[in-house]
Design a protein around this ligand. Structure first.
Ligand SMILES: *[C@@H]1O[C@H](CO)[C@@H](O)[C@H](O)[C@H]1NC(C)=O
Ligand SMILES: *[C@@H]1O[C@H](CO)[C@@H](O)[C@H](O)[C@H]1NC(C)=O
Ligand SMILES: *[C@@H]1O[C@H](CO)[C@@H](O)[C@H](O)[C@H]1NC(C)=O
Ligand SMILES: *[C@@H]1O[C@H](CO)[C@@H](O)[C@H](O)[C@H]1NC(C)=O
Ligand SMILES: *[C@@H]1O[C@H](CO)[C@@H](O)[C@H](O)[C@H]1NC(C)=O
Ligand SMILES: *[C@@H]1O[C@H](CO)[C@@H](O)[C@H](O)[C@H]1NC(C)=O
Ligand SMILES: [Ca+2]
Length: 393
């Protein structure tokens, strides 16, 4: 709390560099055979039939795991392969895993694609060492029949087993989720700036995104801000919000933003540092993702003692607009939260969820009674620095 970047001496910087050189942690991006496209011994064709496969390169298995191929049928249903030609299906209580090297203590996010097959309620239990979360697949967010998800955790060890398990017990053992495109990214938490209390205010830091994936990434419930795949932010609702990129969506600023889905069932929030009884200004950018989302679009914003609706009504050709809200802090930490007022769907398929875009969230104190805050002491530090350099001259 309140440790500013200016305290980093060349010595501590070199320690950081040493720490990075010493580790051989996994690189950002696709895991070894994370797309299941590496040909197994015996080939794909034989793997696609019968009771699971003998081996999937780079992965360990337990239970009925099947490699499915693009266009493969089961009964009357064509199985979905999210990316490329192949994906893996997990039968009842089946698991695939691989051992991954981490930088101990660092935050990571796992990105993966998943599709349901026959069962109504399917879920995936994702775990790394003792960190674990069950991700429900029962809600179809996109009409493609699959979605990309991200999950965040802190590496407790230098090495751990990353596992995906189907906790289900269906009557039909060939039911079970299909997974694909498994990637990892080491996260960093951007510094809080002097004039903005919001961490990762522009959503530029987040889970790995495949340049080819046009569906964005769903961020399911994560109540622990310490292990969020979107540093600084918490998804505190049952439903997910979508992390989007400028390559496939309209993004107000930079390359990343968040699209709010599912009305008030999809809430994103952050606790920001505040001084009790002080007045603050919350500003943010409200936009349209350019994904044929059926209007109206609106956001409900909460900050301290205030809550307000903001309707999206851009001027001219603009795809975003500024919004602001003044509030008085009641405590040392104030919750800032957003959800979509409406439950929107795309106008072209009438079934994919969409909604307003949020970006550039700022909270700063309005002039008035200012305690000796971090910015105050930094200012004094700057003054002293000036005095020192003046003396040296
Ligand atoms: C496979 O899973 C079962 C049930 O969860 C467990 O009892 C068994 O130890 C596992 N086997 C291996 C090799 O992990
Ligand atoms: C997920 O699986 C792991 C390992 O099998 C288990 O320890 C954990 O309790 C499971 N988590 C949930 C939320 O089901
Ligand atoms: C991404 O797209 C490019 C060009 O369309 C294609 O060559 C490449 O195989 C794709 N990669 C994946 C992982 O689908
Ligand atoms: C809050 O910030 C916005 C945008 O800079 C500005 O228009 C507004 O006047 C500010 N509110 C207050 C009370 O200063
Ligand atoms: C909207 O965009 C078109 C094409 O880029 C441009 O010709 C037009 O002047 C723009 N209108 C406004 C109000 O900015
Ligand atoms: C700030 O909010 C006020 C009141 O809603 C609005 O009139 C003004 O245009 C806003 N300013 C900006 C920069 O969004
Ligand atoms: Ca952004």
């Amino acid at each position: 709390m309140g440790v500013s970047w200016t305290w980093f001496t060349p010595f501590s910087l070199s320690l950081l560099l040493l720490a990075q050189l010493a580790s051989s942690a996994v690189e950002d991006g696709l895991l070894n055979n994370g797309d299941f496209e590496t040909t197994p011994t015996g080939g794909f064709a034989s793997a696609a039939i019968g009771e699971g496969v003998a081996s999937i390169p780079s992965w360990s298995m337990n239970g009925t795991v099947e490699l499915v191929s693009f266009g493969q049928r089961q009964g009357g249903m064509i199985l979905i392969v999210p990316q490329g030609e192949h994906a893996a299906r997990l039968g009842n209580d089946a698991e695939i895993s691989q051992t991954v090297q981490f930088e101990k203590g660092s935050q990571y996010a796992i990105t993966f694609s998943a599709a349901r097959t026959c069962a109504q309620m399917e879920a995936l239990n994702v775990s790394v060492g003792s960190a674990t979360q069950t991700i429900e697949l029962q809600t179809l967010y996109s009409v493609e029949g699959w979605d990309a998800y991200a999950w965040g955790f802190q590496a407790a060890d230098e090495e751990a087993r990353l596992a995906f398990r189907n906790p289900g017990m269906e009557d039909d053992p060939t039911c079970g989720p299909i997974i694909d495109s498994i990637a990892i990214k080491k996260l960093f938490t951007p510094d809080r700036s002097d004039d903005n209390e919001v961490l990762n205010w522009d959503f530029e830091e987040g889970p790995w995104m495949f340049p080819n994936t046009s569906l964005g990434i769903l961020l399911p419930t994560n109540l622990d801000e310490e292990t969020s795949p979107l540093p600084g932010w918490t998804v505190e609702s049952n439903r997910a919000v979508r992390f989007i990129d400028s390559a496939h969506y309209s993004v107000p600023e930079g390359k990343r933003a968040v699209e709010l889905l599912s009305g008030k069932e999809g809430i994103i929030s952050q606790m920001v540092q505040t001084t009790p009884n002080k007045q603050y200004n919350l500003t943010f950018t409200l936009g349209s993702a350019g994904d044929k989302c059926q209007p109206p679009l609106a956001v409900m914003a909460f900050a301290g003692d205030q809550a307000q609706n903001f309707h999206y009504s851009p001027v001219g050709n603009a795809t975003s607009q500024a919004a602001n809200l003044t509030f008085t802090a009641r405590a040392e930490r104030t919750r800032v939260a957003f959800y979509s007022v409406y439950y929107n769907m795309r106008s072209d398929d009438h079934s994919s969820l969409c909604g307003p875009v949020l970006d550039e969230v700022r909270v700063w104190g309005l002039s008035g009674a200012v305690g000796l805050s971090a910015s105050g002491s930094k200012f004094i530090g700057l003054l002293m620095g000036l005095v020192v350099s003046w003396v040296l001259l």
